[in-house]
Design a protein around this ligand. Sequence first.
Ligand code: ATP
Ligand code: MG
Length: 337
Amino acid sequence: MVEEEKAEDAVDEELDVTTIAGVGAVTKQKLNEAGIFTILDLATSGPAEIADATDWDITKSVEVNNKARKRLVELGRLEPDFVSATDLLTRRRNITRISTGSKNLDDLLGGGIETWAITEFYGEFGAGKTQICHTLCCTVQQPIPEGGLDGGVVYIDTEGTFRPERIMEIAQNRGFNPEDILSRIMVARAYNSAHQELIVKDLGKMIEKHKVKLVIVDSAVAHYRAEFLGRGTLAERQQRLNRFMHNLLRTAEVYNIAVVMTNQVQSAPDSFFGDPTRATGGHVVAHTSTYRIYLRKAGKNRIARMVDSPYHPERDSVFMLNERGIDDPSEETSKRK
Ligand code: ATP
Ligand code: MG
């Protein structure tokens, strides 16, 4: 075994699932088979999944899930359930941000994409959702003073639209080394909703190993829409989506990373005023996303609007798509030069 691997194992020891009372070697085996390797995985898995993996009843699963969370608090890797509002403010001051590559869009987001949160971009085809994701793959890798987090990326591609060539173009035009940028993006092609759920459940090791600071799901709801057709399947679809969204959110919180997801729109004929489109996925997605940004096309420009944010003003912001990925409209870019 090489030195590096030994060091990795040593770090993992305090996170081993058997450090939780009630988890023995046999259960460990079962948990591992279900992709649960560490206490972090146990804490992010949710009781239903732990029950599925171990054959425990839900009460015991809840208990072990709680114990895992408590242990993480003791280890200083997770915030306790109750913190004072003062501590919360301090913690919120520690939230870091990733520049999107467009100053206008950064301003709309209060400085960039936040860690510890899910940011959802939704809009019609060609609105720029995938382009934003590609640009973020580059900007997150920049050093902190330049707007990045010096972090790696996990890109979950459900539509087969991830393009390494486009990443190289964006990297080149932003003055980054394209090979270095590509080497820190881990891409997973998810072929159906169950596969997509499995990938998200198994993210822990990947995040730690590659110092991931950004997880992208492009797009999050498409498979669910395609697989669950008709009214009769709606309840099951929403339940599965709910579990998926909460796994994503817990991952963002436990690892202090940014999660960005994209979403399509569907027409809403019952809305008489404003834009007759709304995001897919219903309340489950709407309530779990921390920030929702609606994108529209306006000629060669794109207009972004923050929707339903707890503290951002509702206003529009303009950006464009070009060889740098997303960028500020050309007049503004040239003015700054
Ligand atoms: P969908 O819902 O179909 O996934 P989307 O919102 O993800 O749509 P994007 O793929 O992000 O849409 O945006 C597509 C647009 O990006 C195209 O209209 C194209 O004009 C623009 N675009 C793609 N590549 C480039 C490039 N290299 N230079 C400039 N513009 C580009
Ligand atoms: Mg797309």
